[in-house]
Design a protein around this ligand. Structure first.
Ligand code: SER
Length: 638
């Protein structure tokens, strides 16, 4: 935007967010509010990790009440990135600017609009924008995306830019082939987007498609050969930063390959923080207007400079932004699921602050700094800020009380040169050190860590859980708040149904959603065709048989990898969970081998026999299509 002096003023992150929403509103899009960080009605994933996640049903074909053109800015949390935080661009929490065409416009409009927005509205340097397109996959019958490349070539030529095309293939190839003066680069799996990753990793029923990404070149950053010999746009050295991704979502994974979705969609996701960093021509996202005031608060509190303390200040800034928004969205620190991730974020922030010499309570001031930045644009932040500050400072106080002692304990353990799973459990149980934090501390001290510490740790956890479970049982009789008996029964029946589906129809059945009311359960799953009356009868019989066997229902918490890979617990989206998950087991009385193992938050009944109380039986009342490749079952206990 031109200022009085005629120079182009640099936009703030807040201005970019607003400008983006307006840009697409002017092009017929409805602005929708962000979804919560904790997905509603989707127990398969702990956090909203991309803008498309809350819109999944509409990408699969359902009509969106706001129409075919949608725009938003979605707060996202990627807890799996927690340990990458500390460099100049990785964060666990970020905002994803998103525009969607739900069976409306396609490549032509999308690429032209994103180009116009970035170069004209935000004013980025056109010369420094590079793009990638999908190289195609012959085996899958998905063609090379020449169409997008042609559209880009037209856009570049209008801007007076050369548009040489270069075939790269895999990311590894990139390090061998380099930039070659290209502007449009073709990659294989790097230019395919689905929640599950590459085409071969997608479960049946999962949507995805080729994508086209935009990168910004920071010529001031020198390539770091530790990543590979030559730099290329998908290199991780930080010379090129991805700004956004236009996904052309038109495929659905089927049993024997890919089919077309009922409608062609566009799913664009742009990283607000990264675009804002490009706007101020600084590769460090922590310098943008939504971050720098937090860093400045830390400089003031510690009496140290950001320049000499990059890692610690970045970690604290990222983690407390994430924890603040988790608090806004109703999460409280705990030892399970979202609460555990929140606890880990806060404790990690306190630990890093300790390294900065901040030994007094500081979270209130930092959380206030975060809230000041978001309150003008998110009313929920101003509404809930005091509550959130109370939650975060309480956690800080609890952890700070034992932090010194825990660090002393770790120093003592350093003498033995090795950290075992048992030590990690003691640090967790007595000093409140999240397991991963102890492992990080061990690395800092050059301590060897027991290779399968997760197993030992999980075992100790389970033993402790068994002890406290027995103690808590009496106290909770009569039901946990908000969950009626019938609700629990349907929840347990849902697990039995899922297991029966997998047994009878095979592993291609993947849960796609589940919803329970006082009247019925509803279960969506991937399967290509309508079920026959015999199949339905078979499912009912199987569930009723397991009810009659009166399986014992129990649960324990495990590290996620262990639960999914070693225990083989069912969980729809492996890479979308946090670090730990709760696993429900349903086990015959005379056996220790569970019939069903499923990642789930609960609650459930204690014995499956309870489902038959009053002479009731499990019955499927409806089996229908929910969207392409997805079936829906409604069932009752009558
Ligand atoms: N779904 C794509 C992503 O997360 C684009 O929004 O990158």
């Amino acid at each position: 935007m031109p200022s009085k002096t005629g120079r182009i003023a640099k936009m703030t992150a807040q201005e970019i967010r607003q400008a983006y929403l307006n840009f697409f509103k002017d092009r017929g899009h409805s602005i929708i509010p962000r979804a919560l960080l904790v997905p509603e009605g989707d127990p398969s994933t702990l956090f909203t990790g991309s803008g498309m996640q809350p819109l999944l049903p509409y990408l699969l074909g359902q009509d969106h009440p706001e129409g075919k053109r949608i725009v938003d800015s979605q707060t996202c949390l990627r807890a799996q990135d927690i340990e990458e935080v500390g460099d100049n661009r990785h964060t666990t929490f970020f905002e994803m600017l998103g525009n969607w065409s739900l069976g409306d416009y396609f490549k032509q409009e999308q690429l032209a609009w994103v180009w116009e927005f970035l170069t004209q509205t935000v004013g980025l340097d056109k010369n420094r924008i590079f793009v990638s397109c999908y190289s195609g996959n012959q085996k899958l019958g998905i063609p090379k995306d020449e169409e997008s490349a042609d559209i880009w070539a037209g856009i570049f030529s209008k801007s007076g830019l050369s548009a040489k095309r270069v075939d790269i293939g895999s990311q590894e190839n990139g390090y061998r082939l380099g930039e070659q003066g290209g502007r449009i680069f073709f990659y294989e799996d790097k230019n395919w987007w689905s929640r599950a990753g590459s085409p071969k990793d997608m479960p049946v029923g999962e949507p995805g498609g080729p994508d086209s990404e935009l990168f910004y070149l920071y010529p001031q950053v020198k390539h770091d050969p530790k990543y590979g010999r030559l730099c290329h746009i998908n290199c991780d050295c930080g010379r090129y930063i991805e700004l956004g991704n236009c996904v052309f979502m038109e495929y659905l994974k089927s049993k024997d390959g890919f089919i077309k979705l009922p409608k062609r969609n566009v799913d664009y996701g742009g990283g607000l923080e990264r675009i804002a960093a490009a706007a101020i021509d600084d590769p460090d996202v922590y310098e943008i207007s939504l971050m720098r005031p937090i860093i400045s608060t830390l400089e003031r509190l510690s009496g140290r400079t950001y320049d000499s303390n990059h890692t610690a200040m970045r970690v604290i800034t990222d983690h407390l932004r994430a924890a603040t928004f988790l608090g806004i969205d109703g999460v409280v620190p705990s030892n399970k699921e979202q609460g555990y991730v929140m606890r880990r974020l806060i404790r990690r922030a306190v630990r890093f602050a300790f390294d900065l010499g901040i030994e007094q309570n500081f979270i209130e001031e930092v959380t206030n700094a975060v809230a000041d930045l978001y309150a003008p644009d998110f009313t929920e932040v101003s509404d809930r800020r005091h509550q959130v500050i109370a939650t975060l400072t309480k956690e800080e106080k609890v952890f700070r009380q034992t932090l010194r002692k825990g660090i002393r304990k770790l120093d003592q353990l350093s003498i033995q040169g090795r950290l075992s799973g048992d030590d990690i459990f003691v640090l967790y149980d007595t000093f409140g050190f999240p397991a991963e934090l102890s492992v990080e501390e061990a690395f800092k001290r050059d301590l060897a860590v027991e290779s399968d510490w997760r197993k030992t740790f999980a075992k100790r956890m389970e033993e402790q859980r068994a002890r406290s479970h027995t103690a808590a049982k009496g106290a909770f009789k009569g039901g946990l708040g908000g969950h009626s008996v019938i609700h629990r029964k349907y929840h347990t029946a849902t697990h039995l149904l899922y297991k029966a589906l997998r047994e009878q129809l095979g592993d291609q059945v993947i849960q796609h959603g589940s919803n329970i009311t006082e009247e019925r359960l509803r279960f969506d799953f991937s399967y290509p065709s309508k079920l026959t009356p015999e199949q339905i009868k078979g499912l009912e019989d199987s569930v009723n048989a397991q009810i009659k066997r009166d399986l014992v229902v129990s649960w324990a918490e495990y590290p996620t990898d262990y639960a999914l890979k070693e225990l083989g617990a069912l969980g729809a989206f492996g890479d979308r969970y946090g670090d730990k998950v709760k696993v429900y087991a349903m086990t015959p009385k005379d056996s220790d081998k569970p019939y069903s193992l499923e990642v789930c938050g609960g609650p459930h009944v204690e014995h499956t026999g309870e489902l038959a109380e009053g002479g009731k039986k499990f019955k499927i009342i409806k089996e229908e299509s929910s969207s392409a490749g997805i079936r829906r079952i409604k069932a009752v206990l009558v």
